[in-house]
Design a protein around this ligand. Structure first.
Ligand code: ADP
Ligand code: ZN
Length: 747
């Protein structure tokens, strides 16, 4: 057999090697291999049959570095499943499962040696080196090309030490030691929490989960699933789902098992992370939090702490589904409906679905929790694949907030055709909260509808030159910014098309809301949370801390504040433009709007004081808004499922999107048309092939995009058919084709 090996080091080379007969090499093994005259280390990405005829004798793997593969047998099964189901290469999946920090040796140190090249090295010095000391020349060139002319010495290749020494003594390079960044949360003090007495429904849910936990001890070869189907915990906002998670986690630990907790995004769910830490703080070392901002060394350490069973609870976002926990007893997926669980880059996968599969392979218990479950998971409770657990009341026995819907069409009439940002009702409500010293949250679903610049004369809108979207006006730096690619330009004074001076801002974003508040409520203290305001590190945490200690009266924010926040003094939530998300060409638009309104509304009235929610909308009668108003998930699901069934959308079919993109418009379209023809031949039963259409975002990053939407009763036949056709088709070099199985993004 042949092993495809990813060589350690920054250049990420991949080579094939023959596997000696006596070497038990599988995916995920660390190996030593020859490369040119040297030997180096690498990771086996895949094992394949040898090519039918080969002109060269392939070089052989020299030895195994560790006796065992880094990847556990279950994760290897998971990797193969992902590769099959989503049509991603096994190589790309293994790369995700084994983060780079883990694949590379010498990451374990908390400090590391770094080499920095001098700023002004004369060209003649370089030339001299190239002739007399080629090794030193290579190192120096690498450094000069690196960011800040600095690289860790470990990335300069085996045996670079003597050359570095010479370079240092010549004064061309400086070698120093760099502190590897510590866990940014280490300084946070956390007050330990005690288990609460569960209410009846929580108790029932907890006992069901506890009863399903796998027993510790005996290792089972290919065991039955213990009759433990995944649980869907459907609990209204504030119903105490987290307390159920915490006590279930404790029960799993008591059985000697480990626990994996997935959250939509670590940075946006600081409170959930803190609650886990608080409950298990006496075992603080046993909680590992997988952030995206861990340094390589920290990631290495955490990974090995998890792999060796020292960290018994792991909390992380999507990619933590691959955390190498031994003896896994329980997986918890918080806010299981969140689209952040879908990975939109290679390898594409849906972490929630992967987790369900991993739970079946382990086997272990899995709980998916949400106040607004995805219709996919809901359907699984209806057909008996999942077990439904419900929490219908808020845990603290307070009532759900009262939701008022304001018809903005009427507000617009009142204001003689001008749509106000704050309706009278919302403004009054904000004033009342200020008087009483209570807090408010204003939510703005800004996506794609921020302030753009439009000419009143000819209707021209300022668009990004690289993407087919309007540029967004940013007041703070007086610029137009593309929210797709980041392109920036100055604000024109005249219309670039018709030279009319009547070019003005349309729509509004969070910055504009801030401006309006300053005018109508000058005495209020407010803060804004959105991607622009959050660029600086720790701002989110700081603002949330200030809000918690009531130094801020009104919090303005985008999607970033919709998740999991719990502030007892918030009695008012205003949703400024509830229906904007409805007008996107995506069959999940209604579902997302329902989820968003319900989740945002759920931030109100979470303490002793009663909560009120004011929803401003132009489509007050849309089901998403009406059912959210009544906190009625069942009602919403029922009518939405009917629609999905009728049009054969998920969860009644699998939906995949085939996209072709290229800087050359015709070639992208033509390629997709060719693929369309081939897909149509021998189209397996149960697959519906859509037409070639321009993507809603027709141009992005200078590339034109076309797509075909496919639907299928079963997943595998669809992936297999697409893969088979793609393998047989030679694509033009400048066209990229991507298949997204179970797609969530149709733009
Ligand atoms: P969810 O995760 O469902 O939104 P939370 O777990 O945040 O709900 O719970 C909301 C509030 O209710 C929290 O302040 C929590 O401490 C409290 N709570 C949860 N369970 C109980 C209980 N059994 N008794 C009293 N308070 C509870
Ligand atoms: Zn752009």
């Amino acid at each position: 057999m042949i092993a495809r090996v990813l060589i350690d080091g920054p250049s990420e080379l991949v080579f094939d090697y023959a596997i000696p007969a006596d070497l038990p090499v599988v995916e995920g093994c660390r190996v030593r291999v020859p490369i040119r005259q040297k030997s180096t280390s690498g990771t086996v990405l895949s094992v394949n049959p040898p090519p039918e005829q080969s002109e060269f004798a392939m070089r052989e793997i020299q030895s195994l570095i560790d006796p065992e593969p880094l990847i556990t047998p279950v994760l290897l099964k998971v990797a193969r499943w992902i590769s099959n189901y989503y049509g991603s290469s096994i190589e790309s999946v293994i790369r995700s499962i084994l983060p780079e920090a883990v694949r590379t040796e010498d990451n374990s140190a908390k400090t590391r040696r770094i080499a920095t090249a001098n700023e002004n090295i004369p060209a003649e010095d370089l030339e001299k080196l190239e002739k007399r000391a080629p090794k030193q020349h290579i190192i120096l060139t690498l450094l000069l090309a690196a960011e800040n002319r600095t690289l860790p010495t470990t990335e300069l290749g085996d045996g670079s030490a003597p050359s570095l020494k010479s370079l240092e003594s010549k004064g061309l390079v400086k070698i120093s030691t760099e502190e590897v960044r510590r866990d940014p949360e280490a300084a946070d003090e956390i007050i330990p929490s005690q288990p609460l007495t569960l209410n009846d429904q929580q108790q029932e849910a907890f006992e069901a989960i506890k009863g399903a936990l796998p027993l510790g001890g005996e290792s089972q070869e290919d065991p039955p699933l213990n009759g433990s189907a995944p649980f869907l915990l459907l609990g209204v906002t504030g119903s105490g789902k987290t307390e159920v998670y915490l006590q279930s986690a404790q029960a799993a630990l008591d059985l000697g098992k480990t626990v994996l907790v997935l959250v939509p995004e670590i940075a946006l769910t600081p409170q959930t992370v803190r609650r886990f830490k608080a409950r298990f703080s006496q075992l603080n070392d046993q909680v590992a939090v997988l952030h995206s901002n861990l340094s390589q060394g920290e990631r290495f350490d955490e990974w090995h702490r998890i792999r060796t069973g020292k960290a018994r609870i792991v909390i992380g976002a999507r990619s933590a589904v691959f955390a190498p926990l031994p003896d896994l007893g329980l997986i918890i997926i918080d806010e299981e409906h969140e689209s952040t669980y879908k990975q939109e880059n290679v390898p594409r996968y849906q972490a929630r679905d992967v987790a369900v599969l991993r739970a079946a392979f382990e086997p272990c218990t899995i709980v998916l929790g949400s106040a607004t479950p995805s219709l996919e998971s809901w359907q699984n409770t209806q057909n008996g694949k999942y077990q439904l657990l419900r929490l219908d009341k808020r845990a603290d026995a307070h009532s759900m907030p009262l939701v008022r819907v304001i018809d903005m069409r009427l507000e617009k009439q009142k204001q003689k055709g001008q749509t106000p940002i704050l309706s009278d009702r919302l403004r009054t409500a904000l004033e009342q909260r200020l008087e009483k010293g209570e807090q408010s949250i204003l939510f703005l679903n800004r996506r794609g509808f921020a302030r753009s610049l439009q000419c009143h004369g000819c209707g021209h809108t300022c668009e990004c030159p690289h993407c087919a979207v309007a540029l967004t006006y940013h007041r703070t730096d007086e610029r137009l910014v593309c929210h797709v690619c980041g392109h920036q330009s100055i604000v024109p004074r005249k219309c670039p098309e018709c030279k009319n001076a009547g070019i003005a801002l349309q729509g509004y974003g969070t910055q504009k809301v801030e401006e309006v508040l300053q005018k109508v409520l000058p005495e209020a203290r407010f803060a804004r949370i959105d991607a622009d305001a959050m660029r600086r590190k720790n701002t989110l945490k700081d603002i949330l801390r200030k809000f918690k200690s009531q130094k801020i009266d009104i919090l303005i924010g985008t999607q970033m504040i919709a998740k999991g926040l719990h502030f007892p003094n918030v009695t008012l939530v205003g949703i400024l433009n509830a229906d904007l998300g409805l007008h996107v060409p995506d069959f999940r638009a209604g579902e997302r709007t329902f989820q968003l309104i319900t989740q945002v509304a759920g931030r109100a009235g979470r303490g002793e004081l009663e909560g009120e929610v004011i929803v401003q909308t132009f489509t007050p009668h849309s089901p998403s808004i009406q059912f959210a108003r009544k906190h009625d998930f069942d009602g919403y699901a029922e009518q939405e499922m009917e629609m999905r069934h009728q049009f054969r959308f998920p969860p009644f079919a699998h939906c995949g999107v085939l996209t072709a993109r290229s800087t050359h418009e015709r070639r992208a379209e033509f390629t997709l048309q060719t693929l369309h023809l081939r897909l149509k031949e021998n189209l397996p039963q149960g697959i519906t092939l859509g037409e070639v259409l321009p993507s809603p975002l027709i141009r992005s990053h200078d590339q034109f995009r076309f797509q075909i939407t496919l639907r299928s009763n079963k997943a595998r036949p669809l992936t297999n058919h697409i893969q088979a056709i793609l393998q047989k088709t030679t694509l033009p070099e400048d066209v990229t084709v991507v298949f997204d199985m179970d797609a969530y993004n149709f733009s």
